[in-house]
Write a protein that binds this ligand. Structure first.
Ligand code: FMN
Length: 403
């Protein structure tokens, strides 16, 4: 069983979304404003549809927090859907006299066809409502709690847009995270961003959609999260599942990922060397550094299913949105005849938002792995265990160096 667990409930046009988060240590400072800032980041991004103009996501913390501190009990969050007032009939919980006209033309690339078949429904609407990435607002709310937890350990997670359609950030570069936060596409390169925006405009004008790639970078992750001893404990596997679970994500890479397959071993692996900053002085700054480091980070911060002390680097491929203003051919499930796919208000490109959701999912996995490694029911206890562990590594008090 996972240490940090969460579940979500809610339909896209229902009354609202719910997240219930369990396993949060007591004593963690938490305010709704912090969660809401993350929710706002998810709503942004050039290429979103008009829905995001209606919604102004704000979470209410219903339980698990007292006087601004978590108390160790499950944290329930409620995010109302502002659009609900326009959908009270269509999404009514109670039976209604005249039900809405059923949707029967499944969209290629969406959950419609498999969902309506599996759940034996006469209308695609219930499938659309839950397969919608509106659900990810609840994930981002849960992820905000995880991010706040990770901050206590000095762990920070960033995301940026690597590609939209064929427009891709090439080469290795230092990312200006301040620039990414103000960029409409969460893109680190202003000129490339203009090209991406033009591509999105064209897709919108053509009634089409675009996918892309986002990258996640987790800084400050201690060595030794996850484990090599069992498949379900491997950090890479846990991260891949969490990121792949994001709507429309179709590929996950860790570090150089697929590119490693083309390299020889001597080209692929990151050389281990003494950390030169340790050789200098006995000051506090050097005590923050590990006695060794990797000369490169093609492994993306994970070796043998464990974090290796370097930055964790994850890339995810996002497929183009399946709802097209210029819809693809499909069938009418009632008659079996050819038809055009259902179309309703939709996003054109969601890569920047998917990156923010990726941050939340990565934060959730790393929080779970931290709790797994350091334990504790109260933040102070967890932090004490963490510092004891760090001291053992940083001061060289381990079995190897005592031999
Ligand atoms: C932030 C975000 C917003 C999305 N918005 C839409 C949308 O407006 N219309 C749509 O058809 N799909 C949208 N999607 C994608 C669908 O939720 C997703 O394609 C669908 O669940 C089927 O994809 P799957 O095969 O990955 O599950 C969005 C995805 C994300 C991450």
């Amino acid at each position: 069983m996972r240490e940090f667990r969460f579940t979500t409930a809610g339909e896209s046009h229902g009354k609202g979304l719910v997240a219930i988060v369990e396993g949060v240590v007591a004593g963690l400072p938490l305010e709704a404003e912090y969660v809401n800032k993350e929710l706002k980041r998810r709503q942004a991004g050039y290429g979103r549809g008009t829905r995001m103009e209606i919604e102004n996501d704000e979470a209410e913390i219903i339980s698990g927090v007292r006087y601004g501190l978590t108390i160790g009990s499950p944290i329930a969050l409620f995010i109302p859907n502002r659009d609900w007032q326009n959908w009270q009939e269509i999404m009514s919980v109670a039976p209604v006299e005249k039900e809405a006209e059923p949707i029967t033309h499944p969209r290629p690339g969406h959950a419609d066809l498999a969902g309506v078949t599996k759940y034996n429904l006469k209308d695609i609407r219930p499938i659309m409502e839950r397969a919608s990435a509106r659900e990810t607002a609840a994930r981002v709310a849960a992820g905000a709690i995880a991010k706040r937890f990770l901050q206590q350990f000095g762990i920070v997670i960033h995301s940026h847009t690597l590609a939209v359609g064929e427009h891709r950030l090439e080469g290795v570069r230092t990312i200006d995270w301040g620039q990414v936060e103000v960029s409409l596409l969460r893109c680190a390169d202003a000129e490339l961003e203009r090209e991406m925006m033009a591509a999105i405009d064209k897709a919108r004008a053509d009634g089409d959609t675009l996918g892309g790639v986002f990258e996640l970078i987790a800084i400050g992750v201690p060595v030794g999260l996850g484990s090599h001893v069992g498949w379900e404990r491997r950090l890479d596997g846990r991260i891949a599942q969490a990121i792949m679970s994001i709507n429309a994500v179709k590929g996950v890479e860790i570090g150089s990922g697929f590119a490693l397959a083309r390299l020889s071993g001597s080209q692929a692996h990151d050389i281990i060397e003494p950390n030169p900053s340790l050789a200098t002085a006995e000051n506090e700054a050097t005590r923050q550094s590990l006695p060794w480091r990797h000369a490169s980070n093609r492994a993306g911060g994970i070796e043998g299913g464990m974090s290796n002390g370097e930055e964790i680097v994850i890339r995810a491929a996002v497929k183009p949105i399946a709802t097209l203003a210029n819809p693809l051919p499909s069938i009418d499930l009632r008659s079996g005849e050819m038809a055009v796919a259902h179309c309703e208000r939709s996003d054109v490109c969601v890569v920047p938002a998917a990156g923010v959701i990726g941050e939340a999912m990565l934060a959730i996995v790393l929080t779970d792995a931290c709790l797994d490694k350091f334990g504790g029911d109260n933040l102070k206890e967890t932090l004490t265990n963490y510092h004891n562990y760090l001291n053992r590594i940083l001061l060289g008090e381990n079995e190897l160096s005592n031999n």
